[in-house]
Design a binder for this molecule. Sequence first.
Ligand code: GDP
Length: 241
Amino acid sequence: MPAAHLSDPGVKHDSSSRAPRSSRDVTFAGSAVGPSQFPADRLPEVAFLGRSNVGKSSLLNALAGTRGLARVSSAPGRTRLVNFFRVSGAERPGGRGRGDLYLVDLPGYGYAKASREVRESFEQVAVSYLTDREPLRLCVFIVDARHEPGERDGVLRSWLDHHGLPWMLAVNKIDALNRDESRRRLASLRAGLGQGAQAVLPVSAERGTGIVELWNVIRVAAFAVDDAGVAVIATRGQDGR
Ligand code: GDP
């Protein structure tokens, strides 16, 4: 499968975005079919994964403050690849200056129309990324607030836990629920699928809800280092906080 490489042009920022967000300096850094094409510069990485249509592209756009990323990720031939977006000059927590990181867009899973063979190849590239990826600091597991998690979401959660990967749940499309519904949904996710998550955060890519909070979890995970300069992962709470 041909892959797009680092020569791809940077993503143009789009000021027509509806919600008031600040644009981050985010550029498309390339797509990969396998480990030999993953970045070699060892910057911290935060991966985004979830069922197709949960709003993964929209969430990446909301974090970047641009609509351009979705166009890149959904370009023909790229939906089945691992796409890397480089964030430049992100504020480290605690006023420790600025640093760069990658937001990593993994292929969505559960395409109803895809054949079993195609579905498995979607997963293979994601698995090749998630297994033994040293710079990976956090997986942002996205679910759709409107629906109960499916069987494949549970399988993914068990897989992340089994491999000891740090992950959080981003409950997207929270705008589609009223206050009571969202409270119930979050409680059930915290007690169920979200157990073992570092955080369970309600977000809306469309309205911009929770995007600042999500970004804060991301940069803390990306830049958390102990005194010896070794990356540390935040302790997980039972309630997902
Ligand atoms: P992806 O397949 O996971 O990348 O999902 P997309 O970002 O393409 O979004 C899938 C659909 O969900 C689109 O119709 C989006 O407009 C919609 N969507 C994404 N985020 C939100 C959100 O926060 N709220 C609502 N109501 N719809 C959303």
